[in-house]
Design a protein around this ligand. Structure first.
Ligand code: COA
Length: 255
């Protein structure tokens, strides 16, 4: 891996996008490496939660690598968006293990889109986020036009996309785009603390809950029916037996 760092400690896999000289901009190679790292973490029995972060103190990710697509044709642009959505952004969203984005600075364009594909976001107080694509003559292509309205509402999303501006961490918090804002020093410890709470719960149930929540945002899919199906499937799992037995025996479940 040339552009990312991956560490696993206490069942938390931290994936760090590591191109600080380019503010961690997502080039093709970085996207491919992230895709592979998500696959590996999902299969790894030692991983229960994934944290995505950027290296350095300045940026989570300052966007897709503009230098890489500046001379693209429409067909190449289509392929860039479609392939990126498939191998990374949708994969992160559908990951069966919780993915937390630790937004440690600029999260712009593809960077905010990556953070929005994660299951939720925690920001440091220096974070500045936005979708500046229209200032470059393009539109968000990694799911931003869809996930931003889901998270902040259509009107706020339209304003953010149309102005191409950045909002600060406090505003992102007030919009519900990030769940918590903490100091830079507290950012990773806060993510790890939340990951610790998540890890007390059934990994199988967590995966099913992610599927059920996501189902409600897929066109043509009945989220309530998906919930019933996931609920039903829970009853045949060892985790369900362990969770309910532990409760009745007044002990902590061992998942
Ligand atoms: N793609 C490619 N390179 C990028 C980049 C991106 N999205 N964002 C930053 N970089 C590079 C810069 O070109 C610069 O490289 P250089 O030193 O080789 O010239 C380096 O990262 C540092 O960025 P710089 O612009 O000098 O930092 P800054 O503190 O002055 O400004 C930003 C920070 C985030 C405001 C500015 O970098 C920016 O506007 N980036 C583009 C954001 C964007 O439009 N993203 C959406 C892309 S679709």
């Amino acid at each position: 891996m040339n552009n990312i760092l991956v560490t696993t400690d206490n069942k938390i896999t931290t994936i760090t996008i590591n191109r600080p000289s380019k503010l961690n901009a997502l080039n093709k190679e970085t996207i491919a490496e992230l895709s592979q790292a998500i696959d590996t973490a999902e299969e790894d029995h030692h991983t229960r939660v994934i944290i995505l972060r950027g290296s350095g103190e300045k940026a989570f990710v300052a966007g897709a690598d503009i230098a890489e697509f500046a001379d693209f044709t429409p067909e190449q642009g289509k392929e860039l968006a479609a392939h990126g959505q498939e191998i990374l952004f949708n994969k992160v969203e559908k990951c069966s293990k919780p993915v937390i984005a630790a937004v440690n600075g600029f999260a712009l364009g593809g960077g905010l889109e990556l953070a929005m594909a994660a299951h939720f976001r925690i920001a440091s107080d220096n974070a500045r986020v936005g979708l500046p694509e229209v200032s470059l003559g393009v539109i968000p292509g990694y799911g931003g036009t869809q996930r931003l309205p889901q998270l902040v509402g259509k009107g706020r999303a339209m304003e953010m996309i149309m102005t191409a501006g950045m909002i600060d961490a406090g505003t992102a918090h007030s919009y519900g785009l990030v769940n918590h804002v903490v100091t830079q020093e507290e950012l990773i410890p806060t993510c790890e603390k939340i990951a610790g709470k998540i890890m007390r719960n059934s990994p199988v149930a967590l995966g099913a809950a992610i599927d059920a929540v996501n189902a409600g945002f897929v066109d043509g899919v009945d989220g309530y029916q998906a919930e019933i199906d996931c609920f039903r499937a829970s009853f045949s799992t060892d985790d369900f037996k362990e969770g309910t037995t532990a409760f009745l025996e007044k002990r902590k479940a061992d998942f």
